[in-house]
Write a protein that binds this ligand. Structure first.
Ligand code: FES
Length: 111
C-alpha cells in the first residue's frame, strides 16, 4: 500500500533522513536518501536484532565507500541495495521500499 512519507521540500538532498509513518500495523520508521538522480528508502530496522539504523535524530552512518553501518553491533549494508556485507547478519538485507513522488510529496510502498 502506498503511503505519503513526507513533503518533497522536507527531504534533504544527498543525506539520509528518518520519517515515521502511521500504517495499518502501527508506526513504521523509514530511512530515505534523496540522491541527485535516484532515491533509496529502507525500513529503519536492522535485520540482526531489529534495532534502528539511526544513532541520533536523522543521523545515520554511511562510510565513504557507501556502506551503511548499524550502530548496535556494526553490521554493514550496501547503501544502494540494503544487502548486508559484513557483521552478524551477512546474507540478509534491510527491507527496501519502492519510492514514488509527485510535484509535492514523496510516497513509499509498504506491503
Ligand atoms: S541490531 Fe544491527 S547489527 Fe545487531
Amino acid at each position: 500500500m502506498k503511503h505519503k512519507l513526507a513533503k518533497l521540500i522536507d527531504v534533504p538532498i544527498d543525506k539520509w533522513s528518518e520519517h515515521t509513518l502511521q500504517t495499518e500495523n502501527g508506526l513504521t520508521s523509514v530511512m530515505i536518501k534523496r540522491g541527485h538522480a535516484e532515491w533509496v528508502a529502507f525500513v529503519n530496522e536492522c535485520p540482526h536484532q531489529g534495532r534502528r539504523m539511526d544513532y541520533a535524530e536523522n543521523a545515520f552512518l554511511e562510510t565513504p565507500d557507501h556502506q551503511l553501518v548499524c550502530p548496535a553491533h556494526g553490521a554493514t549494508f550496501d547503501a544502494s541495495t540494503g544487502f548486508c556485507t559484513n557483521g552478524p547478519c551477512v546474507g540478509q538485507s534491510l527491507t527496501q521500499l519502492q519510492v514514488s513522488f509527485d510535484q509535492q510529496d514523496v510516497f513509499v510502498e509498504i506491503i
